[in-house]
Ligand binder design. Sequence first.
Ligand SMILES: NC(=O)c1ccc[n+]([C@@H]2O[C@H](COP(=O)([O-])OP(=O)(O)OC[C@H]3O[C@@H](n4cnc5c(N)ncnc54)[C@H](OP(=O)(O)O)[C@@H]3O)[C@@H](O)[C@H]2O)c1
Length: 278
Amino acid sequence: MTRSIADRTRLNNGTEMPWLGLGVWKVKEEEELLRSVLTALDHGYRSIDTAAVYGNETEVGKALRESGVPREQLFVTTKLWNTEHGYNRTISAFEQSLDRLKLEYIDLYLIHWPVRNQFTETWKAFTKLYEEGRIRAIGVSNFQIYHLEELMASSGVIPAVNQIELHPRLTQKPLLNFCNGHGIQVEAWSPLMRGRLMDEPLLARLADEHNKTVAQIILRWNLQLGIVTIPKTVTEARIIENADIFNFELPDDAMLAIDALNQEIRTGAHPDFFDLPK
Ligand SMILES: NC(=O)c1ccc[n+]([C@@H]2O[C@H](COP(=O)([O-])OP(=O)(O)OC[C@H]3O[C@@H](n4cnc5c(N)ncnc54)[C@H](OP(=O)(O)O)[C@@H]3O)[C@@H](O)[C@H]2O)c1
């Protein structure tokens, strides 16, 4: 059971990844990004989740350097964007991300979306970069079960992580069970459903009962399900609030009641349709 912000999960290749990280999607303004990353690192966060398409890798790298936190303590995730699939393009997109971040290696590199007929070639480049020691763990994002099956059958390499949309309105049980059964660590994006669950009555009642906030109840539910979580906030009080989730425990009936809030509602694209013309 996770008891501290310093706790990490051991991925299927032995790499250790913090259970809690800071998401930085849509944080574009340099000042705001520097402030939120530095604040998070100050409060014990060590994991930052960015992506090439977020347009802020340069600023993330700058904040990491300014923080003075030793590189080996940090856990940096970035992602390959949809236009960069294919073996050679992947290698060059990776070099560009590294260049912008000004890092020697990436802790976790993810295929951002499962672009059809392309991700298996891309995965070969991921595997090569991993074997060269330039990435500590390789994984995917927004992969459904059939994407994972195709990837594993074509390469024999099991991704370390699948980062997916997951919150109380989209609990992803079949995919979660599949990943757990194959040693793939699930990581929740939009864990707070982008702030839309704050008035949900059951969550509000649990928050009252545990003397916590709705956000803390959701993030604790993630941890107790064995899910890595990366809430995004640029607000200092919320950075602190979202990390204050290691000193209480939700009982089984509360866990099940939160699971029952599932309505299959997504805030983002569906992985089966994200790359079709709108
Ligand atoms: N792989 C993918 O395809 C993918 C897709 C989407 C997101 N992601 C990753 O996942 C991260 C998190 O997802 P997200 O940014 O979409 O949504 P989220 O973390 O569910 O929600 C972020 C929103 O909730 C607010 N918030 C944060 N903490 C709060 C609290 N304690 N109380 C009330 N409101 C709070 C934030 O506001 P303020 O910032 O104004 O405080 C922001 O508006 C992203 O930043 C990104 O790194 C990955």
